[in-house]
Structures are given as C-alpha cells and as structure tokens.
Design a protein around this ligand. Sequence first.
Ligand SMILES: C[S@@+](CC[C@H](N)C(=O)[O-])C[C@H]1O[C@@H](n2cnc3c(N)ncnc32)[C@H](O)[C@@H]1O
Length: 268
Amino acid sequence: MNAIRSYPIIGAVIAQLVAGVIVIAISMGLADRLEPGSLFWGGLAVQSVVAALVTKFMGLPVWWVWISLCFPSALILALNAGDLPAWPFGAGFVVLYLVFSNTARERVPLYLSNRPTTDALLSLMRQRGAIRFTDLGSGLGGVVRALDGEGRRAAGVESAPMVWLVSAVLSKLQGRGQILRQDIWSTDISDEDIVYVFLSPEPMPQLYEKAQREMKPGSLLVSNSFAVPDVEASEIWELADRRKTRLYLYDMNKPDCGPDDEAAEQAG
Ligand SMILES: C[S@@+](CC[C@H](N)C(=O)[O-])C[C@H]1O[C@@H](n2cnc3c(N)ncnc32)[C@H](O)[C@@H]1O
C-alpha cells in the first residue's frame, strides 16, 4: 500500500487490471445473451466504474478516481480517432514528460509564486540580513531571479528537464541567480540562510526533517501554502493577494520542534 501511495500511477494501473478481469468474466458469461454493441458499452461502463471504485478503495486522492473513471473512454476515443497523424500525440507526450516527469513521483505539479510572494520574501531577507537563499523545486526560477543581487545570492534546484532548461537559460541571460538540475533530497542546504519551498502537503514532513537535520541555527525554512503537519510555525505571514497566500516560517534554532518531540512532550 505504501508503494501505491508513493506512486499512485501503480494503483491506477492495478485498478484498471482488476476492472478488466471483472469485465472479461462478465462478458464471457453474457456473450451469447447480449448484442455485441450492448456488451461493448456495458463493458466500458463496468470497466470505468469498477476502476474508479478500486482507486477510491485504495485511498488515492480524488483526482486519481476521476482519472480511473475517464481513462477507458479516453482510450477508446483515442483508438477511434481515425486518420489523425500519430506524431502530435508522441510530441505531446514528450513535452508533458519533460515538464511534469517528477509529478507522479513527488505529487508536486508546476505552479508559480506570484509577485506579492517574491516581494514578501525580499523584505524577509532584508529584515533578517539574509545573504543566501535557495528555492527547492524552483520551477521557472522567477523567485530566484527576483531575490538574487544587491549582495544576496539566490539559487534554485529543479528536476523537471524542460522546466530546468528554461529557467537556467533565463537566469543566465539575465545574470541573476543560479539554477541547478538537481533533486531536492540530494541538495545540501547547510549553508543557506533561507530555504523556500512551494510544493504540496505530501513532502512536507520529510522536508522538515531534512531542514532540521541540515540547516544551521538561525536559518529559516519558509513554505508557501503548505504547513508542516503537527509543527507550530514560528510565524505565519498572510499576504494581501487574491490567493490569500500564506507563508509558514519555521525558525531552525529551536531543537525541540519536530513532530516526534511534540508527541513525546504531550505523552510525558
Ligand atoms: C509548485 S512548483 C514551485 C515553483 C517555484 N518554487 C515557485 O514558487 O514559483 C514546484 C516545483 O518543484 C519541482 N520539483 C518537484 N519535486 C522535485 C524534486 N524532487 N527535486 C527538484 N524539483 C522538484 C517541480 O518540478 C516544480 O517545478
């Protein structure tokens, strides 16, 4: 079940296989009693509904349930698309892979910090006299370029190939910031004054453990929108933008703020 939670696509494939076995069994039982057309449309409906139910039963997020429900019809549509050339589908797949290749694994899609957020981060750096800033999962690198300069050094790490390439080229052209093609989990953050993340709820506990392990006293972890579960933020900044962006600030000079420590404190 852990593998399925980490790689939901495995769960989605299993759901389609389970549904497929059920559809084959029912079709064999009804083959001589139903018209081929009814058998086909009935089979398609059963495949979709059973796959969606199995996906839900596995506890996958609701969008995977919708994907499981719609996948069989989408497949039939694609197979009956007539004389359309195949290359746009191939090209589309390659582009999606280059942009979203880490989404299935990390469950972190590409969405970007807005201007009020970069302004808030800039004033945070100024307030704290921070010099070194890293954006873990830097997307198109906008935050990094906005913060680099005037004595500050900002860097980003990004693992999606196309996203990294575009952001690295933009940073080179503008001479602002450095974007590395690197995984968050293998990035050394021990020298950073501020580490910024805008990810998803999924990696937050593991990320906080990494920050506690590696970041120096007095440094700050800032998470856009996603709080670390069971850890009280040192400060929460609510911005006056349309999204009502919340920045969760975690000071790294408190040795006692891990979820386990809190649970131990409550128990004791
Ligand atoms: C929501 S976007 C945020 C982009 C940027 N930080 C911003 O605020 O504008 C998250 C980014 O993290 C990247 N990402 C996800 N998992 C990653 C990993 N393990 N290593 C490096 N980058 C990752 C994604 O490709 C995506 O570009």
